[in-house]
Design a protein around this ligand. Structure first.
Ligand code: GCW
Length: 673
């Protein structure tokens, strides 16, 4: 905020969001010596288009008006130009223009755009005030950029306050009730707005007894959160149980086609909107891992989703309906059931049946947030359904915020993937919105591992603009997080973080096979931990080979769920990309990859390399003493030690396991236990 807070700034606009912008600027000026002025010459003008002062109109309609063109560094395949050099009115409440006419001028559609414009100038810092800074128009690629909190109100006996949370307790809830610290909720809203997030689901998709009541007698707690987040342009959504008419309403059924059930949802929803007029909508995990759903009544998931969509429609709300539906009571002996197929098998036949305000929320991969998966085939299969792609910012399967694992490179790959082949539409182009499971909690650094903040930030930025590069986003984050020492931190932090996802992949489950984590908490290696369980996550390693045969020819047929060319590429063990080979094929250990290595030698090499890469991080981090806060430095140092311990454990368990299975020694004679 120094670049803004040290200048003369004018803010024009009405309403709560403009008020937030004014407060932010006033606070920055008090800190850095600038002033929030009422008129006259200013270094920075922030105005909504209906409040545009005469001199700022030139930015819109003046010399810059002729310039049009694609974003510098932008990618045609991505849906919007974040930096289109064009002018016009910023049509859309979140859109804004930045340009120069004397001072820097930000013109926004409405208050939300003003807020995003402010944070954009913060990001740019002094660069925004340079004479040669070009006029730009910014607008989000995704209309909704949403975080799902898996937070429980009651402390769950197994999952704790936050399911799969690695950053302390919930920001919203504590010990069975609201946490009550709305200052912290406001600070969180500010953090999210700075990253571009505009929607939050405030409770776990596994809705237990107390949490179910957030919809009814505990609605006031949700309204309080909505009030705290509203000034930062964030709408609140609620996870609800499909059984609510029974468990809360005392009805004998939750059948989506039952008239009383419809009436119950209509009434409950009317009361929600009375309390929270800008309520976002419902989020539902149905018929999944024990949650109730429409199957109990012989109804389809379109029937279920449309029931809630109907209740929400009069108020402009939406229902996010999760596609994470599979049989978690599978018999491991049954080779015909394939969890990777499940979402497509359940939902693709329903394309076209969902209401216009029902959004099918699809995990990015077919299984469950593994370090490497193909893109979910559902994304290409439902052209007549609104889709949201779900990412996991919380690092359940990627080191649980004890390991450095910068996930933007993975997400960028997912969003840039072309389901219909090179040159076709991208996942980002197909998905109307992006959702992620949150990684924040009441930890002083928000995210447990201080460097995991970069994942939260990157999620918001990629949802705004999927064309941004991971390194570019990381650069922004470094600048914003360590404003005084960023210049000296950039190189070492890029060295630690840029390749950390691939490093994590190297020392964990190989070649897309997935899981191999310790059942239950999912941290650390346990190669056969899930092999004979009902969860459907198997690797089928034996003395001859490893991997899951998902081909049409001899396996589960999952490859047939993809359009061409991928259906053909994945079907063929020769053409399948190395990193997904064991996701789609069961191959002998001697199978030669495109890399020229055998599968077994690849396993040994990547596991030795991955653990070595982790060993190199600590000295780099040690060199940063004095450049970051000492407590933060110490926290990361401890975590890096744990990461190294864990990476070595992974290396040794995986290498030993496959050596024992295959009997094939390491070509380089390294130590395998
Ligand atoms: O990955 C699994 C997690 C569950 C989670 C589930 C889901 C909320 O292990 O903890 O439940 O995914 O996405 O619903």
């Amino acid at each position: 905020f120094r670049a803004i807070g040290s200048r003369r700034v004018l803010v024009h606009g009405d309403g709560p969001l403009a008020g937030t912008v004014r407060d932010e600027v006033a606070r920055a000026c008090a800190r850095f010596g600038g002033s929030l002025c009422d008129g006259g010459e200013a270094d920075l003008v922030l105005a909504t288009s209906d409040h545009l002062p005469a001199h700022a109109r030139a930015v819109l309609y003046g010399e810059e008006a002729g310039e049009t063109g694609a974003a510098p560094g932008g990618d045609e395949a991505f849906p919007t130009g974040r930096r289109d050099r064009m002018t016009g009115t910023p049509d859309g409440d979140e859109n804004f223009l930045v340009g120069r006419r004397g001072g820097v001028t930000v013109v926004a559609g409405e208050g939300a755009g003003l807020l995003y414009g402010l944070f954009h100038v913060v990001r740019l810092g002094e660069r925004a005030f340079g004479a040669d800074f070009p006029a730009e128009r910014h607008r989000p690629a995704m209309r909704r950029r949403m975080l799902d909190h898996w937070d429980n109100v009651d402390v769950h006996p197994v999952m704790g306050q936050v399911e799969r949370g690695y950053a302390g307790g919930s920001i919203f809830w504590a010990d069975g009730g609201p946490r009550g610290d709305l200052d912290r909720v406001r600070a969180y809203g500010r953090l999210l707005a700075a990253a571009g997030v505009n929607a939050v689901a405030v409770n776990n998709v596994n809705v237990h007894a107390t949490e179910a009541r957030l919809l009814t007698d505990r609605l006031g707690d949700v309204a309080a959160l909505a009030g705290a987040l509203r000034p930062y342009g964030i709408r609140v959504h609620l996870s609800v149980t499909f059984a609510a008419p029974v468990v809360l309403g005392g009805l004998s059924t939750a059948d989506p086609l039952d008239e009383d059930v419809r009436a119950w949802w209509a009434g409950a929803t009317a009361r929600v909107y009375e309390a929270i007029p800008d309520f976002g909508g419902y989020l539902v995990k149905a018929d999944s891992e024990g949650q109730p759903g429409p199957f109990a009544y012989g109804r389809s998931h379109a029937d279920g989703a449309n029931l809630l969509a109907g209740a929400l429609a009069p108020y402009g709300g939406v229902v996010h309906w999760r596609a994470f539906v599979y049989d978690h009571r599978q018999d491991w002996r049954d080779r015909s059931t394939d969890r990777a197929r499940a979402a497509y098998d359940h939902f693709a036949p329903l394309d076209g049946e969902f209401a216009g305000n029902a959004i099918l929320q699809v995990k990015h991969g077919p299984i469950d947030f593994q370090v490497r998966e193909p893109v979910s085939p559902v994304i290409a299969a439902m052209p007549r359904t609104r889709l949201a792609v779900e990412l996991q910012v919380t690092q359940e399967y990627t080191g649980q915020q004890r390991h450095v694992c910068y996930l933007a490179p993975m997400w960028r790959e997912v969003l840039g993937f072309e389901p219909w082949g090179p040159g076709g539409r991208t996942v980002a182009g197909v998905a109307g919105e992006l959702v992620a499971v949150s990684n924040a909690g009441d930890d002083p650094y928000w995210t447990g591992h201080p460097l995991a903040q970069a994942n939260l930030y990157a999620f918001g930025r990629l949802a705004w603009d999927p064309g941004l590069g991971p390194a570019e986003i990381l650069d922004e984050w470094i600048g914003l997080t360590f404003p005084d020492t960023a210049d000296r931190l950039r190189e070492p932090l890029h060295a630690i973080m840029n390749g950390s996802w691939e490093t994590y992949e190297r020392y964990t489950a190989p070649l897309g096979v997935g899981f191999m984590v310790r059942p239950g908490h999912h941290y650390g290696p346990d190669v056969d931990g899930y092999e004979y369980t009902p969860w459907g996550t198997y690797h089928f390693a034996d003395r001859d080979g490893v991997g899951v045969d998902r081909t049409r020819a001899t396996g589960t047929g999952c490859t047939g769920q993809y359009p061409e060319p991928w259906s053909e590429v994945y079907e063929s063990a020769e053409r399948c990309p190395d990193e997904l080979l064991l996701f789609f094929h069961h191959v002998p250990y001697g199978h030669v990859l495109h890399s020229g290595k055998t599968v077994i030698q690849h396993i040994y090499d990547t596991h030795f390399a991955g653990a070595e890469e982790v060993a190199e991080l600590r000295p780099v981090w040690d060199g940063l003493v004095g450049l970051v806060d000492p407590a933060l430095h110490a926290r990361v140092r401890e975590l890096l030690d744990e990461q190294l311990r864990s990476a070595r454990e992974w290396r040794d368990q995986i290498n030993t396991y496959f050596f024992r299975k295959s009997g094939v020694p390491d070509a380089h004679g390294r130590r395998i236990h």
